[in-house]
Write a protein that binds this ligand. Structure first.
Ligand SMILES: Cc1ncc(COP(=O)(O)O)c(C=O)c1O
Length: 424
């Protein structure tokens, strides 16, 4: 039975939402639950000692920090908590992973990357430069011939890039600019078949789930991927990231030095200068929070309810943004224009044509009015933003409204009313 999300009770779990401010920049970072804050405070107040000693408080502290790896394992759908690594951010996690892989990359190896967020592109570009590997871009292409900005990643554009030398393929499960949900399992299956047919010996797949994890359930095993990251500050907890490295990859592709940092004594060992233990412990609120969202008390039901509610939000927003009056005004959605399950409520747009408007100026109206947080820019998807056709100033990028399940239809109506004033 499908469960309907009780948005009002969900909202009560977030202290920041009581302020009345409308948080509509959630792809930049979500709000944090009271339960996560309580865990952090409790850790600092009661178990803030060095891990690994034999006295009772240290035992309790160690158990608390270790338990976070099991929670992250479940969120990833991974097999073993030893495949989980914590780090200060997804960008840092992927950078350290790429550094650890130097020994397993040869000159002439090919990496296929997208133009999406730099976290899962920049680390591979730098690794390619250090090792003499070749970068190939899998670019997003328009879906609607009448809107050159209606971009999405398509498997038919990926497969011709695959060759016997393909070594790494890195893409986002959801773009933080386009808002699309990419069918990771389908793509990876097609990619692996193509790579096998062309004689590639070892292909490792790296998926950025940072903009996906707040909206859909991850399943690294079903997806048949090797590396995956998401950031807890986008899923109602503090700023810290978890990375999945599939056991065989950890054993064969990552150098022992970095392996030592990655996994020496437990999940917190990943990064020198990495996250505080209280922050790691603060992430153990995420699963209980997600389970609290429906009476079914399971993650599949929660994510189905989240997807259903968010689809209502994005349908209302896109109905306004894609209406003929807006098209006549020169407004183009950046990303897929159709609402539905293959989209999350992260909606970007530009206003071009005879009466163009700067993204900055549109967002300024919201800022001056106060009470609503949205933003504009390239959102660190530099390559994608700089290739938008026809070009827009990449620093200026697109206007982005990004919602999550705690946003309401009333909030969407308010955002639309501000747009109406701007485009009048
Ligand atoms: C799609 C995507 N990937 C990666 C990141 C980077 O995450 P972190 O800030 O944890 O490095 C972000 C952050 O906004 C993102 O939206």
């Amino acid at each position: 039975m499908a469960h309907v999300l009780d948005v009002s009770s969900a909202r009560l779990q977030f202290p920041a939402l009581k302020s009345g401010f409308m948080f509509a920049d959630n792809a930049g970072g979500s709000q944090i639950t009271q339960s996560s804050i309580d865990l952090i405070v409790d850790y600092l107040a009661n178990t803030n000692v060095q891990l690994g000693a034999d006295y009772s408080v240290s035992i309790s502290s160690t158990q608390r920090v270790f338990s976070a790896a099991e929670h992250a394992r479940e969120l990833f759908g991974a097999e073993d908590k030893d495949e989980i690594i914590f780090g200060p951010s997804s960008t840092a996690n992927l950078e350290n992973l790429a550094r650890g892989m130097e020994g397993s990359i040869e000159a002439g190896d090919e990496f296929i990357i997208t133009g999406e967020h730099e976290a899962n592109c920049g680390s591979w570009k730098k690794l390619a430069e250090r090792r003499g590997a070749v970068i190939k871009y899998w670019h997003s292409t328009p879906t609607n011939p009448n809107n050159p900005y209606s971009l999405s990643l398509k498997v038919e554009d990926l497969l011709p890039l695959v060759s016997a030398k393909t070594r790494i393929v890195a893409f986002t499960a959801t773009s933080n600019l386009l808002g699309s949900v990419v069918p990771v399992q389908e793509i990876t299956k097609a990619l692996r078949a193509e790579a096998a047919a062309k004689g590639a010996k070892k292909v490792e797949v790296s998926i950025d789930c940072v903009a996906y994890a707040p909206h859909r359930r991850m399943d690294v095993r079903a997806w048949d991927i090797d590396f995956c990251v998401f950031s807890f500050y986008k899923v109602y907890a503090p700023h810290i990231s978890a990375m999945y490295v599939r056991a065989p990859a950890l054993a064969t592709s990552v150098s022992s030095i970095v392996h030592h940092f990655l996994r020496a004594e437990g999940p917190w060992k990943l990064q020198p200068g990495g996250p505080g233990y209280e922050t790691v412990y603060g992430t153990t609120s995420v699963i209980p929070y997600l389970l609290s969202l429906t009476p079914a008390h399971n993650l599949d039901a929660t994510f189905a309810a989240i997807a259903a509610h968010e689809t209502k939000l994005v349908t209302a927003l896109l109905a306004y943004l894609t209406a003929p009056e807006q098209a006549a005004r020169g407004l183009c959605v950046v990303g897929v224009e159709e609402p539905g399950l293959s989209r999350v409520p992260t909606v970007s747009f530009v206003v071009v044509g005879e009466r163009p408007m700067r993204s900055k100026d549109i967002v300024r109206v919201f800022d001056e009015r106060g009470g609503i947080g949205i933003r504009y820019g390239h959102f660190y998807a530099y390559t994608l933003a700089s290739l938008l056709p026809p070009p827009v100033d990449p620093e200026e990028g697109a206007v982005r409204v990004s919602l999550v399940h705690y946003n309401t239809l009333e909030e969407v109506e308010t955002i639309i009313s501000v747009f109406k004033e701007i485009f009048a």
